[in-house]
Write a protein that binds this ligand. Structure first.
Ligand SMILES: *[C@@H]1O[C@H](CO)[C@@H](O)[C@H](O)[C@H]1NC(C)=O
Ligand SMILES: *[C@@H]1O[C@H](CO)[C@@H](O)[C@H](O)[C@H]1NC(C)=O
Length: 242
């Protein structure tokens, strides 16, 4: 009886807003998993809490509140959602991958250093954890980058038009994979709506990424460096169609 009671409690609480406070806490969020991922927190002092607001189908709403000091050049966390099943297909097999993301800073201190970004993982094996020995490419899409922060590597192209937006493209190695980062050339994109297939096509046609690479994971979230902010994700949605 006791364990039955506990599992009912867990199910009941899953229906309501849940706040994660632990450094590596995660919670199921419909088609996604919401995680705190405070991998770089030891470079500074502070805290971060992330709240699942709602999830339905391939959409999720969540919020993260963070406050970090020291180590202004170091990422403290990647508070993020990862889609649990939008993965495992080769780029050549993807017909479309519509995504939309509406977000805002409800509050932020002056001079925050942070990005709001997609982190998409590609590799040779069909299955692979993000940032692992299975990773060949990390594709970042920065909808915002505040406080003069820069992606990994160096800027190789300025103002390219891909998926209906203008980007500065950065490239460089990290561990055993290559990082390609599309950074918005027109400031914050707070109401974003594209087909990721356009990004994949560009990578294959113009950046030498093999169409046989497997999509291993789609994450979206924020990398805070310093300052404090309340980032509200009103709605994030992604779907991969083969
Ligand atoms: C996160 O939650 C903890 C525990 O409730 C609290 O002490 C801390 O101030 C919170 N951090 C932020 C940035 O709100
Ligand atoms: C979130 O966005 C998706 C894709 O545009 C849409 O289908 C869904 O209805 C939206 N959810 C909410 C709660 O607005």
């Amino acid at each position: 009886m006791k364990s039955f009671g506990l599992s009912v409690l867990a199910l009941a609480s899953a229906a309501f807003a849940q706040t994660l406070t632990g450094a590596f806490d995660c919670v199921p969020a419909g088609a996604f998993t919401l995680c705190q991922n405070q991998w770089g927190a030891s470079a500074g002092v502070g805290s971060q809490n992330s709240t699942l607001i709602s999830a339905s189908g391939n959409s999720v709403s969540w919020e993260t509140v963070w406050n970090w000091a020291n180590g202004p050049n170091s990422v403290k966390t990647y508070a993020n959602v990862i889609h649990n099943t939008a993965k495992g297909m080769q780029l050549s097999a993807i017909k479309s991958a519509p995504t939309s993301w509406q977000w805002q800073y409800k509050t932020s201190s002056s001079g925050i250093r942070a990005d709001v970004s997609y982190d998409i993982w590609l590799g040779v094996p069909q299955v692979g954890q993000p940032a692992s020995s299975a990773s060949s490419y990390e594709i970042m899409i920065w909808l915002s980058g505040k406080g003069g922060i820069q992606p990994v590597g160096s800027q190789i192209l300025t103002g390219i038009e891909v998926a209906g937006h203008s980007w500065n493209l950065w490239k460089g190695p990290n561990a055993n994979w290559q990082v390609l980062s599309f950074v918005s050339a027109n400031g914050d994109l707070t109401d974003f709506d594209i087909d990721l297939k356009d990004i994949f096509n560009y990578l294959v046609q113009s950046q030498g990424v093999a169409a046989t690479q497997f999509l291993q994971g789609i994450q979206t979230g924020t990398e805070p460096f310093v300052g404090n902010a309340d980032l509200f994700i009103e709605n994030f949605s992604v779907e991969v169609q083969t």
